[in-house]
Design a protein around this ligand. Sequence first.
Ligand code: EPU
Length: 363
Amino acid sequence: MFDNPAMLVQKNVPLQALNTFHIIARAQALARIAHEADVQSLLAAPEWADQPKFVLGGGSNIVLTGDVKPLVLKVEVKGRQLVGETAKAFIVQAGAGENWHEFVAWTLAQGYPGLENLALIPGTVGASPVQNIGAYGVELQDRFDSLDAIDLRTGQLFTLNAAQCAFGYRDSVFKHSSEANKNKGYKAIGLKNSALILRVRFALPKRWKPVLGYADLDKKMAQCGCNQPTAQQLFDWVCEIRRAKLPNPDLIGNAGSFFKNPTVSTEQCEDIIARDPKVVHYLLADGSVKLAAGWLIDACGWRGKSVGQAGVYEKQALVLVNRGAVDGSNGATGGEVMTLAKAIQTSVYERFGLLLETEPVVV
Ligand code: EPU
């Protein structure tokens, strides 16, 4: 903990090792936040109090398109522990700066299953509620209890429950700014870059049941001949599946899925099926239809293609990659990544009449 904010802030900091796309960019100023008091001492310093701020977790869901002018707050709050229990669940808390995958492995080792389907997702615990991470039939909101955050204008601590986080598909109150909501003409509190998540609590079910029903997991079950896998087995399978189709950001720069899977009405889906009957789609409980964006991009011939050093991953067209080295040399610029993304959006729109929404935060 630093009382002197000057010791907290570094100037002109290279960011290529702090973003999983490994794009070269610099932060004009960066402060490492290990405790809430670090934020409070920055807010007490006239130089930093009113400066716009950008909260950085594991950097696994961002595209840097230039140097970052706002003060970067690199979240490094640590700690993992059981903090309570209810009749139905263990309440487990983790510091926002903990690595997500290591936290999932730790919960299993402690005997608190429930997060295994979310194994191997890059990033930090603090970023997990921001985009309501999800995989293989489980979303963060299914296991979420509450979180503690700090207001970046006032230094006040506050706690949010699931309803207050306004979770949606890869979405939460932390992805929206109040201004944007004001412009849309409705009253809603957006917390983008105006709050920093410090700790997240998860409710992990005492009567654990495996979440199955995904084709990739069904295949694994058939291979091992077991229909009641343990949480550890599921964890191992999810890791194997992800390793087989998703690039490891330590070896190939990327930010996971670059686009969201679009949801359409049954009428729109029929129109798309008329354009290509093979379109991969899933009926949702509310009657709408989810389309596989990876399939749509693949069908437009983008798999393996590049713009400069930004490319479409060979094994999963939903993932854009940096074809340069992980030290950032000879790598893609954020501009190349966004040019590629826009070209993909245009061709999917022209062929299927659908505008794909991007998933990462463009900085
Ligand atoms: N597909 C293709 N070609 C491709 C890619 C996919 O035909 O190049 C087809 C696949 O064959 C499959 C379908 O599209 O039939 C769906 O593919 P996949 O099972 O890989 O899942 P996804 O819908 O592409 C989503 C999440 C992933 C998550 C997986 C598993 C989004 C945006 N992505 O991907 O999340 O791991 O499901 O649950 O919802 C992430 O958000 O970064 C992420 C990796």
